[in-house]
Structures are given as structure tokens and as C-alpha cells.
Design a protein around this ligand. Structure first.
Ligand code: NAD
Length: 241
């Protein structure tokens, strides 16, 4: 076993206060593209860049185009949790991991069995009518084509934090609490460039900050341990079934 992977395993084995903070790279092994890998969404050709399409202004002005991209790229059929999601859920069940804090909106951590999941950017699985406030599950969106509408005629909006929109205060507060009290903080599959989420790393006060990522990030010098590679493959080596 690679020396860094061995160290990660020892830190995990020796702790019952682990917190995981992740991003889109956690779900690429489930077939959901991230934004910044070479085959990520930023390198594909659209009429507008992804952060423009996924902005509040774009949603309000070009709702049909928003939903075209959203259905094609974020509302994928048949996606399943991968080894990273599964092993994190196992760590929680074993009383070793306190929380998963995720920038992802795909619901895969919960599907894998994780209970304490802070969804910083919301979830595609929750949606609500902008007119009457009624909640709709994802099947209501999938069952319609174009812009999904509520029975009342209002437009349905995903409960996803779009660019220009604020994060939920309670979710941020709880995430800060978990990170500032963590013994081991594992950060994985995130480019650590999307703020304010990326700033959460500042609240960690321990000496076991692990970064698992395929590529370097601007915060690599903050890490006590860097493990390069695919997070699903790495987590399955460090957490036994
Ligand atoms: P990002 O696309 O900016 O960065 C992903 C990082 O993960 C990259 O550094 C890449 O090298 C790394 N990576 C990719 N696959 C990996 C793997 N298998 N193992 C280890 N590392 C891997 O993602 P971000 O930092 O999360 O920021 C993008 C924003 O877009 C976030 O807000 C996120 O919520 C959203 N987003 C979410 C999803 C999703 O819900 N699955 C998908 C795309 C984008």
C-alpha cells in the first residue's frame, strides 16, 4: 500500500471524530461529470458557461435553457453511489465519522446510507413551486418536459443554491461546528475554488487535514497529508467493508 494511503488508514483507524468535506469529484465515479476536470462541464461546449447557466439571473430570464442544461447534466437517470459514498456511510455507522459536508446536489451520500449530511448547495431531489410554495419531488420534474409547472400554474424551482444566491445559515453554522471540532478532516473531490464553501477549511483547528484529489488545488499547502488518485478507489483501500 502507498505510504500516504497507509497513513490515511492509520488516522482513520485511530479516530472517532472524522469529518468529510467533499465536492463534485466524489460523484464522478458514479458517472456525474464535475466542473473542472478535463472532461468536466467547463470543457464542454455550451452557448453559455456553466456558472452563467446555473445562476439566479439566468434561471429567471432563460428558464427553458436552464432546464435543458439541468436535465442533461445534473438530473441523470440511474446514478448510484460509488465506493466513496459507501465507505463514508460505513464510517458513520461505525461511530467514527460525525458528518459529511458536501457541495454536491445529487443526494448520493444519503442514498448510500449517510444520515448526517450538510448539503451546502441544496439538492436536486427537492423542488418547490415559486408561486404557491408546494414541494415537488424529482419525479415531478422528470415527468414533465421543458419548464416544469405546478398544478397551480407556477414554475417549479429546484432547491439548489444557484450562483448569486446565498447559502442556508443553519447549514453553514452546523458545518462550521463540525469542522472546528473535528479531529481528522478529510477533504475530497473538490477544486476548493467555489466560495464561500471553500472557506470552510479555515475553521479546522487540528493537525490531520487530508486532501484526496486527482489534481492539485490552491489549498494544497494547508494539508497535513495529500493523497492523489480516485477517491472511490482510495476510500475502499482505507475503510474495510
Ligand atoms: P469541481 O468540478 O470544481 O472540482 C472537482 C475536483 O475533483 C477537481 O479538482 C478534480 O480533479 C477532482 N476529481 C474529479 N474526480 C475525482 C475523483 N474520482 N477522485 C478524486 N478527485 C476527483 O467541483 P467542486 O469543487 O465541487 O465545485 C463545483 C461546484 O459545482 C460545486 O458547487 C458542486 O456542488 C457543483 N457540482 C455538483 C455536482 C454534483 O452534485 N455531483 C456535479 C457538478 C458540479
Amino acid at each position: 500500500m502507498d505510504e500516504n494511503i497507509q497513513t490515511l488508514k492509520e488516522w482513520i483507524d485511530g479516530s472517532d471524530n472524522i469529518v468529510f468535506f467533499g465536492g463534485a469529484g466524489v460523484s464522478t465515479e458514479s458517472g456525474i461529470p464535475d466542473f473542472r476536470s478535463v472532461d468536466g462541464l467547463y470543457h464542454q461546449k455550451y452557448d453559455y458557461p456553466p456558472e452563467t447557466i446555473l445562476s439566479h439571473t439566468f434561471f429567471m430570464r432563460k428558464t427553458e435553457d436552464f432546464y435543458k442544461f439541468y436535465r442533461d447534466k445534473l438530473l441523470l437517470e440511474g446514478v448510484k453511489p460509488n465506493k466513496a459514498h459507501e465507505r463514508l456511510a460505513l464510517l458513520e455507522q461505525r461511530g467514527k465519522l460525525k458528518a459529511v459536508i458536501t457541495q454536491n446536489i445529487d443526494g448520493l451520500h444519503q442514498m448510500a446510507g449517510s444520515k448526517e449530511v450538510m448539503e451546502l448547495h441544496g439538492s436536486v431531489l427537492r423542488n418547490y413551486c415559486m408561486k404557491c410554495g408546494k414541494f415537488h419531488d424529482v419525479e415531478d420534474i422528470k415527468a414533465q418536459s421543458g419548464v416544469p409547472k405546478c398544478e397551480c400554474g407556477g414554475i417549479i424551482k429546484p432547491d439548489v443554491v444557484l450562483y448569486e444566491e446565498g447559502l442556508d445559515n443553519m447549514t453553514i453554522t452546523k458545518s462550521i461546528q463540525y469542522i472546528s471540532n473535528a479531529d481528522v478532516l478529510i477533504i475530497g473531490g473538490t477544486s476548493l475554488v467555489v466560495y464561500p464553501a471553500a472557506g470552510l477549511i479555515d475553521y479546522y483547528r487540528g493537525h490531520k487535514l487530508v486532501l484526496i484529489n486527482m489534481q492539485p488545488t490552491p489549498q494544497d499547502d494547508r494539508a497535513d497529508l495529500i493523497v492523489r488518485g480516485k477517491i472511490g478507489e482510495i476510500m475502499s483501500q482505507v475503510v474495510e467493508e
